[in-house]
Design a binder for this molecule. Structure first.
Ligand code: IPD
Ligand code: CA
Ligand code: CA
Length: 268
C-alpha cells in the first residue's frame, strides 16, 4: 500500500508532467526558429512549478516549500517542507533531448521522509518512503549487485558555462575512466540517482548540486539498499558541496578513486 502522501506527490508530479510533455513537443518545433526556445522553456519550468505548488499546498497547507525557481515559499520555521525541482534536465529540454524529470521530496525536521522522481517521457515513477523501501511504479527497487569496479558504470554531471567544480572534475575523470566500464553524463541528476536505485548504474557523483536536485533521489537510493554521502564521506549530501551515491558494495572503491583524484590535484 502506497502511503497517502505519496499519492498526493504522485498526483502533483503527473499533472505537472502533462504540462511539461505538452511544452516539450512545442520545443521540438521551436528548435528551428531564430529566437530559440529559451524563454519558452523558462515558462514551461514555471508552469510546472506552479502546478506542483498548487497541488501540494492545497493538500498540505501547513508545509513550506522550496523550489529552484521561487526559493522558499511559506513559513521558514515549518517542521515540514517540500523540496521541489519542477524540471530537472533543463538543458536537455531546451535542446529537445528526451531526458528530464520532476523531483519532489518531503522533509520533516531535516529528515527526508518521502521522495518521488517522475520521468514523464518513459512514464517511470521512482518513489520511496523512509523505512518502506523504494519502488519503480509498483515494483520494488534494488541497487545493482555488481561488486567489481572494472564492470561498473558511473554517471556524473560535468560542469558547464558559469558552473564551479571544473578542476575537481578534471582531476577525477582520468581515474574513473581508467578503472571503470564507463562514464555517463545524461543531464538530470535526479534521474541519475533514480537509475542508481534501479541498478542501472553502480554509482553517481557530482559537485555543487542543490537540495532540489538530490533530496528525493537520496532517499530512493538509500531505500533501494545503496549508500549516499558526500565524496569525502561526510553524511550531509543534502546540504553538502558534493554527492556520491552507490550500490553499497562499490561505495568504498569509488569513494577511494574520487578522493585519490582530488588528492593528486592538490599535490600538483
Ligand atoms: C541540472 C541537472 C544536471 C546537473 C546540473 C543541475 P537543472 O539541474 O540536474 O544533470 O549536472 O548541475 O543543475 O538545472 O536542469 O534543474
Ligand atoms: Ca535540477
Ligand atoms: Ca530545475
Amino acid at each position: 500500500m502506497r502511503p497517502a502522501i505519496i499519492n498526493i506527490m504522485d498526483g502533483a508530479a503527473r499533472k505537472a508532467a502533462r504540462s511539461l510533455v505538452h511544452d516539450f513537443n512545442e520545443v521540438e518545433h521551436l528548435q528551428i526558429s531564430r529566437k530559440g526556445p529559451a524563454d519558452f522553456v523558462s515558462e514551461a519550468d514555471r508552469r510546472a512549478e506552479n502546478i506542483i505548488q498548487k497541488e501540494l499546498s492545497s493538500a498540505y497547507p501547513q508545509f513550506s516549500l522550496v523550489t529552484e525557481e521561487a526559493g522558499l515559499i511559506g513559513d521558514d520555521t515549518a517542521e515540514d517542507q517540500w523540496i521541489v525541482d519542477p524540471l530537472d534536465g533543463t538543458t536537455n529540454f531546451l535542446h529537445a533531448i528526451p531526458h528530464f524529470s520532476i523531483s519532489i521530496a518531503h522533509v520533516h525536521k531535516g529528515e527526508i521522509l518521502e521522495g518521488i522522481i517522475l520521468d514523464p517521457l518513459r512514464e517511470e515513477v521512482f518513489w520511496a518512503a523512509k523505512g518502506q523501501g523504494a519502488y519503480l511504479n509498483n515494483t520494488r527497487l534494488r541497487v545493482s549487485a555488481r561488486s567489481k569496479l572494472s564492470e561498473s558504470i558511473l554517471a556524473t554531471g560535468i560542469p558547464f558555462l558559469g558552473r564551479e567544480g571544473k578542476e575537481e572534475m578534471m582531476a577525477v575523470l582520468p581515474l574513473v575512466m581508467e578503472h571503470t566500464a564507463g562514464i555517463r553524463r545524461f543531464g538530470s541528476a535526479a534521474l541519475d540517482l533514480a537509475f542508481v536505485a534501479a541498478g542501472r548504474y553502480e554509482g553517481f557523483w557530482e559537485f555543487g548540486l542543490s537540495s532540489w536536485d538530490v533530496a528525493a533521489g537520496i532517499l530512493i537510493v538509500r531505500e533501494a539498499g545503496g549508500l549516499v554521502s558526500e565524496i569525502d564521506g561526510r553524511n550531509d549530501p543534502l546540504g553538502g558541496s558534493s554527492i556520491l551515491a552507490t550500490n553499497g558494495s562499490l561505495y568504498d572503491p569509488i569513494k577511494h578513486l574520487l578522493q585519490q583524484g582530488l588528492k593528486n590535484r592538490r599535490r600538483s
